[in-house]
Design a protein around this ligand. Sequence first.
Ligand SMILES: [Zn+2]
Length: 378
Amino acid sequence: MLTRQDIDFLRSFRSQTHPVFSVYLNTDGKQVSKKEVETKLKQMARIVRLRLNGSTDKDFRREALQEIQKIEDYILNNYKEFTIKGMALFSCGSYNLWHEIELPRPPRNRFILDETPYIRPLQFQEVEYRRICTVVLDQHTARIFLIYQGAILEYKLISDDVPTKVKWGGWAGYDEKRSNRKHAQKVNEHFEHVTGTLFELFKRDHFDWLIIGCKTEYLKEFESSLHNYLRDRVVDHLELPSDAPEHEILERSMKVEQTKTFEEHYALVDRVLHTSQAGGLATIGLENVLRHLNGSAVDTLLVARDYVAGGVRCLNCNFMGILEKSCSLCGGETVEVDDIVTEAIDRALDQSVTVKQIFEGVGMDRAQNMAAFLRFRI
Ligand SMILES: [Zn+2]
């Protein structure tokens, strides 16, 4: 799994004299076959080799070519089949850097040679996930779970001593009333114990969402004892027994995450369409978005997760376009790139633009697969 330590470790690595490689591969069997992954890898490696032809530093070039071969051989020989959604590999032979990470979601394919590991797509993957806390409870027990990137971890089991209710009592029901008052008070103390523990966890882990699993009859009382900060984070209530198996809790929580993200993406696409149609600060379509990225005018970029399109890039000023033979900004020569969308995403991240990769099924095709909210119009 992708961890913050991975990112921190890679962020601190730099080599000015030796080549550092970062390779991202989409290996999701639902989208691509093994053969297609291999072809893509070879294709990307070939482009980097071609670029190295222009390098005047012979030692650097030799070292880089060796490293490319090592990466290619490793991936082609070690993966009989791909059972993961995606992988990232970072390497720098001279410093014994060889760091492979399994990715929870398919990345866009990249093969990059630079002075530092190219980690933006990792951070990008990470921010797409919500930190979820799911609590399942009844009137005397509670189990608290943390869910992140499709994995579940039990944080705490709480079991409080709550006397059972008396169904019928002694003289004129006096005992029954007294006993039930006591019961209600103990249940309330139990709920406060649970919400207190949740707040401690929140202060430590800052989860984004809270999901409550309990019988509907307890929900109101339980919610009323939640700290305000936490009440704002409640995204759903699930009818789950307090002893529900972990895999069910994970499954149901992930479903909530999917639904909520889907709704959020759907609303974003709607808003970008309406804003652009009304002549506001939004634009749709590759060509318009590239023009605004070239001019650093994009605020938020929306792109369909699987969208790929060819384009051109200026060798002189990095202008991005679709067909231009010469750059419309500086007149310099342009080169064709087979995926201008990935370049556009990287450029956007460079400019600290928020990038949202829109899920399939949300209808991003309504916005021509690529759209943006703008800071200003060009
Ligand atoms: Zn140019």
